[in-house]
Design a protein around this ligand. Structure first.
Ligand code: NAD
Length: 364
């Protein structure tokens, strides 16, 4: 069932990032900084990472020269400039991003524009640290691109750091990661490796989330969720995403909706549409999640975990959906099923109203 030789063949790029994973492994950060050999580092974080960043700065004198704590969602241009000035003033030759996709996004911008390499210490399940995709927002427009130099030297995944991630944020971030894995399963550039990683990621995260929500400081579920997030991030970095990610990008940009929550609300709907035309991906996901109808399972899991059911609950304006449809039709991209105005309207209306996704046709 994997995309094995005998089919059209596949390419697997090199995996360039060193990964250090496990409870307590943050203790290795000093060694990892020294091994990377880049010189003194500036710690980058957002509000929630400030205490941890200052603790690390105190523990690693010499290796860390300061903390910049103004990382924000979508990497505003002014934060990039402020961080660049701080790094120059403190003589930093590298950065350490401590936090979620916002801190990693800022580190990527500095790697791209200020030639500052970085290490990442992720505390959410966004997966950005595993991709070469960067983004910077200026004047309301987010410019994105791909560049190998925005990958970190090393990623330290320490599940202990995720205990403080609130249960609701954890669940949304976890479902955001499941979306990366799910779309990798029908990506035009998938491989046997990405199929295996995507299945394992989807299984690990969906198994772990109920326990993460119920017992946010339990090591096992937190480790499993972060392990799944790492694999999901790899899938995101190694394959080309389709309809689901395009729609989330358009919804976030046009209607200013929260990133992870938008993924969580939309995923059952986009998967119900796409898996009906992607039998292999459906079979992979069904096996990983233990349900013949993966979108229906994700819908039930989301209700069980109190995920907002609708785009309306996230603050979307129904009139704005037309703009999202136009954006999703404007640029062609690979997708397992052709997308037209009617199908987009059906998906977005169901997601806006909070309807359950339509059941997948039964398999023979
Ligand atoms: P985020 O970094 O803003 O974190 C979400 C929330 O969790 C924030 O309020 C943050 O302060 C809080 N938080 C993070 N870690 C915490 C902790 N340990 N304890 C308590 N609170 C904590 O957002 P995110 O969901 O991690 O990432 C979303 C951003 O990343 C978006 O801007 C998205 O576009 C980007 N992203 C980029 C890529 C890529 O490949 N370039 C991939 C995924 C996401």
């Amino acid at each position: 069932m994997n995309a094995i030789p005998g089919g059209p063949g596949f390419t697997v790029p090199a995996l360039p990032t060193r990964v250090v994973f496990g409870p307590g492994r943050l203790a290795a950060l000093g060694e990892e900084l020294a091994a990377a050999g880049r010189g003194p580092a500036l710690l980058l974080c957002s509000d929630s990472g400030r205490d941890l960043a200052h603790r690390l700065a105190a523990e690693l004198p010499g290796a860390v020269v300061g903390v910049f704590d103004q990382a924000r969602m979508h990497v505003p241009r002014h934060t990039v400039e402020a961080a660049r000035k701080t790094a120059a003033a403190l003589g930093a030759r590298a950065c350490v991003a401590v936090g979620g996709g916002s801190a990693v996004g800022l580190a990527k911008a500095l790697a791209l524009e200020a030639d500052l390499p970085y290490l990442a210490v992720p505390t959410t399940y966004s997966g950005s640290e595993m991709t070469p995709v960067w983004g910077i927002t200026e004047g309301g427009i987010k410019t994105t691109g791909r560049a190998e130099r925005v990958r970190p030297d090393t990623v330290v995944y320490d599940p202990d750091l995720t205990y403080s991630l609130p249960p609701d944020v954890s669940v949304l971030s976890g479902l955001n990661a499941v979306a990366h894995a799910a779309e990798a399963l029908y990506a035009p550039d998938r491989s046997p490796l990405t199929d295996l990683m995507a299945r394992e990621a989807a299984r690990a995260i969906t198994d772990a989330l109920p326990a993460v929500a119920a017992r946010p400081t339990a090591t096992g579920p937190r480790s499993a969720a972060l392990y799944g997030a790492w694999l999901s991030g790899l899938c995101l970095g190694l394959t080309t995403m389709s309809l689901h990610h395009k729609l989330c990008h358009a919804l976030g940009g046009s209607l200013d909706l929260p990133h992870a929550a938008t993924h969580a609300v939309l995923l059952p709907h986009t998967l119900a549409f796409n898996l009906a035309g992607a039998p292999e991906a459906r079979a992979h996901l069904a096996q990983a999640l233990g349900d013949e109808d993966p979108p229906a399972l994700l819908w039930r899991l989301s209700r069980e975990l109190c995920v907002p059911a609708s785009l309306r609950e996230l603050g979307a304006d129904r009139a704005g959906l037309a703009t999202v449809t136009e954006q999703a039709l404007a640029v062609p991209y690979a997708n397992p099923r052709p997308v037209d105005r009617d199908s987009l309207d059906t998906i977005l209306t169901a997601a806006f109203d909070g309807d359950a996704p339509p059941p997948l046709p039964r398999t023979a």
